[in-house]
Write a protein that binds this ligand. Structure first.
Ligand code: ZN
Ligand code: ZN
Ligand code: ZN
Length: 171
């Protein structure tokens, strides 16, 4: 899908942007605009609570637990009913606007909504930053390894834990 903003944006497609100093306001507004367009294309609605949850997830390249999201919603007057947060997170995940990071039992905003992609998640254990890297080559290798054993993969989650450049420098 083409970018919705007219200016060329070299940063938008860089898989390692999450770990680099960058104009995150641009990142977040771009992802939000793409999300709104996608949802509208499907005839669905980004209700105020869904939109707010996405905005909260887009505040940083981090994963947030459902409970953290709920706490924020409650503080902002959306009520403190857990299903409200869970339903909004489920919606965002179903629509490809957010990803579940199983290792952290948390959610992160998708930085490439609308693009077909199988992300590999790079998770910093120092600062909890999460980056999406293209997983296609990894999946090809995994398929080949599985095929050798006659196994058919139905689902895989690729999540790597480590240290981002800033946390390595601080270590
Ligand atoms: Zn960013
Ligand atoms: Zn994504
Ligand atoms: Zn880090």
């Amino acid at each position: 899908m083409a970018h919705l903003h007219p200016d060329a944006c070299p940063g938008c497609d860089a898989p390692d942007l999450a770990f680099a100093v960058h104009d995150h306001a641009h990142c977040a507004s771009d992802a939000l605009a793409r999300a709104e367009a996608l949802v509208a294309e499907k005839g669905l609605r980004l209700t105020p609570v869904r939109r707010r949850v996405l905005e909260i997830l887009l505040e940083a390249h981090r994963a947030l637990g459902a409970y953290d999201v709920l706490t924020r919603l409650a503080a902002e007057g959306f009520g403190n009913q857990p299903p409200v947060a869970y339903r909004a997170l489920d919606f965002l995940e179903e629509q490809g606007l957010a990803h579940r990071i199983r290792r952290l039992n948390a959610f992160t905003a998708c930085m490439h909504p609308g693009e077909t992609h199988a992300p590999a998640f790079l998770i910093c254990r120092g600062c909890d930053a999460v980056a999406e890297a293209p997983a296609a080559p990894v999946l090809v290798a995994l398929e080949a390894a599985a095929a050798d054993t006659g196994f058919v993969i139905e689902r895989s989650n690729i999540e790597a834990l480590g240290l981002c450049p800033a946390c390595q420098a601080a270590a």
